[in-house]
Design a protein around this ligand. Structure first.
Ligand SMILES: *Cc1c(COP(=O)(O)O)cnc(C)c1O
Length: 362
């Protein structure tokens, strides 16, 4: 079956966004975060477009191995580390870098027969309270690792919980206050990594040795009050489809499941091949913006599994086959996220596998 829905992935935009990160960071090395299939953009094609970065970060061991097998030579960091001795063996075999965030992982590591030169990122929990050692445990962990392998590369790592929010600079400063004494104390001055996309933009003082940009590489904003475009970024994913049917409504005709939208005058509507099974958010309400043939209009009624409906009132020259942009070029994904009460990260990563990707250079 032919369905016209596509995700156009603009590799030139990826490279442009990387250059924006470079302009912000100067000295720091860049570890491109490509977890969750590169935020839904396709792991290997994204990594190819970003091949000049200094490292990649993923969550999934399979993704790290895929990067190695595809020939990428940079450090590849596992952001949650490993869950078994077997996985540690894979980390050795594929020369992967790994986070160590818990005593369980430390025990597995110390019981592991080391080969080569391990590359370890010691994650300190400074206030996110998800993963990491308490900062006062940091020296103990570093000493145990040093006893186990004196020439292991160790990097200190933490992650901010509120770097995006201008009203929460106190929280960022508290996290820095917990992190700072740990590396200050070390006689051997370990490299550090702290900054995600939001901190790259808002806290240049946290760039340190490695930055870890995710969402900005994909052209969306990590900040609630700015779009990617306003930050000089270019959208990478454009979700497009077409009108597959047109209906002429009479006043008081209702549209879709639940009949939620009721026409108050005669109107034309378009039915678009895109639904929640494609990853379009089901909670997007009537009024959510959409482009048809480059002209802005609005969603009406309820999103179905495979289709959604849009208002064609006052839009000339469109009909079955007209192109529709759901987000991306000309329609920031942040706008759709806001309308559907979610964030761009969720929309980008939720695109379903039945929507093919088309890679383009612009
Ligand atoms: C996902 C992730 C990032 C990237 O976050 P963005 O907000 O997309 O820049 C950085 N560091 C860690 C530990 C992450 O899990």
């Amino acid at each position: 079956m032919y369905r016209p829905i596509r995700a156009l992935i603009d590799c030139t935009a990826l490279q442009h966004n990387l250059s924006v990160v470079r302009n912000h960071t100067h000295q720091a090395r860049i570890m491109a975060v490509v977890k969750a299939d590169a935020y839904g953009h396709g792991l290997l094609r994204t990594a190819q477009a970003l091949n000049t970065v200094d490292g990649f970060a993923v969550l999934e061991l399979e993704a790290a191995i895929q990067l190695r097998e595809a020939g990428f030579k940079q450090p590849v960091l596992l952001l949650e580390g490993f869950f078994s001795a077997e996985e540690l063996g894979m980390i050795d075999h594929y020369r992967l870098s790994t986070v160590i965030h818990s005593h369980e992982q430390l025990s597995l590591l110390l019981a592991h027969k080391k080969t080569g030169k391990p590359d370890l990122f010691i994650k300190i929990n400074t206030g996110m309270n998800r993963l990491g050692f308490k900062s006062e445990e940091g020296n103990y962990v570093l000493n145990r690792i040093k006893q186990w392998c004196s020439d292991a590369n160790t990097t200190l790592m933490t992650h901010f919980s509120c770097a995006d929010d201008a009203r929460q600079t106190d929280q960022v400063n508290q996290q820095l206050d917990l992190f700072a004494p740990l590396y200050a104390k070390r006689e051997n001055n370990l490299p550090q990594t702290l900054a995600n996309s939001a901190a790259i933009l808002r806290y240049p003082g946290t760039h340190a040795d490695w930055v870890r940009p995710g969402i900005i590489l994909y052209g969306a904003s990590p900040l609630p009050d700015k779009t990617g475009i306003e930050l000089g970024l270019r959208p990478v994913m454009t979700l497009t489809s077409e009108i597959i049917a047109v209906q002429q409504l009479d006043p008081s005709d209702r549209v879709g499941y639940g009949g939620q939208f009721i026409a108050d005058q005669p109107m034309r509507i378009g039915v678009v091949a895109a639904g929640y099974a494609d990853g379009y958010p089901r909670h997007a309400p009537t009024g959510t913006p959409v482009l048809v043939n480059g002209q802005r209009t609005r969603l009406i009624g309820c999103i179905s599994m495979d289709m959604l409906t849009i208002d064609l009132s006052g839009i000339g020259g469109v009909g079955v086959g007209s192109p529709v942009t759901l987000w991306g070029e000309g329609l920031p994904v942040e706008e759709i996220a806001k309308s559907a009460q979610t964030i761009s990260y969720e929309l980008l990563t939720a695109r379903s596998s039945r929507v093919p990707s088309i890679y383009i250079y612009t």
